[in-house]
Design a binder for this molecule. Sequence first.
Ligand SMILES: [Zn+2]
Length: 183
Amino acid sequence: MRLLLRATHPSLARLVPARSFTYCPRCASRLVLRDDHGTRRPTCENCGFINYRNPVPAAGVILARRGEVLLVKRRFAPRAGAWCLPAGFMEYGETPERCALRELLEETGVRGRLDGLFGVYAGFDDPRVRTVLILFRSVQAGGRLSSGDDAIDARFFRFSRLPRAIAFAAHRRALEEFRAAIR
Ligand SMILES: [Zn+2]
């Protein structure tokens, strides 16, 4: 696990400490396991800090046209080289909608216009964190397709010929559900 974490995107650094505090990030006292409403959590007996672990919200889009869907090829671990829907972790203070459109633009060069919520998925197979993926339907409103940021490739695939390696279970499920819905 540690090797895996080292190979990942630099922004991961802000995600890792939440699961690995030994000392209180507020007052530097050693944390001890204490019961908090039925769950044992690292707790600071000096200042009351509780080390909660919560899933990290991510947002993205399903942008489909004429039986094709836009996917990106991942540059970074986990699952570098596998494909997924344009999506990424929400910034602090960002709305899911804004995050989805930002990730779409950064990874594919496409400016989107959201066309409703498609689905919300729990993600249990990202080795960094548990996630909640919020997926919107989107249409292209501008921009030009070119991969960037965390993506080394971005292109449309026919639903009947999706790449075999799709990075995460939530993305695979969303693609199956979308394909079933447009049939
Ligand atoms: Zn403390």
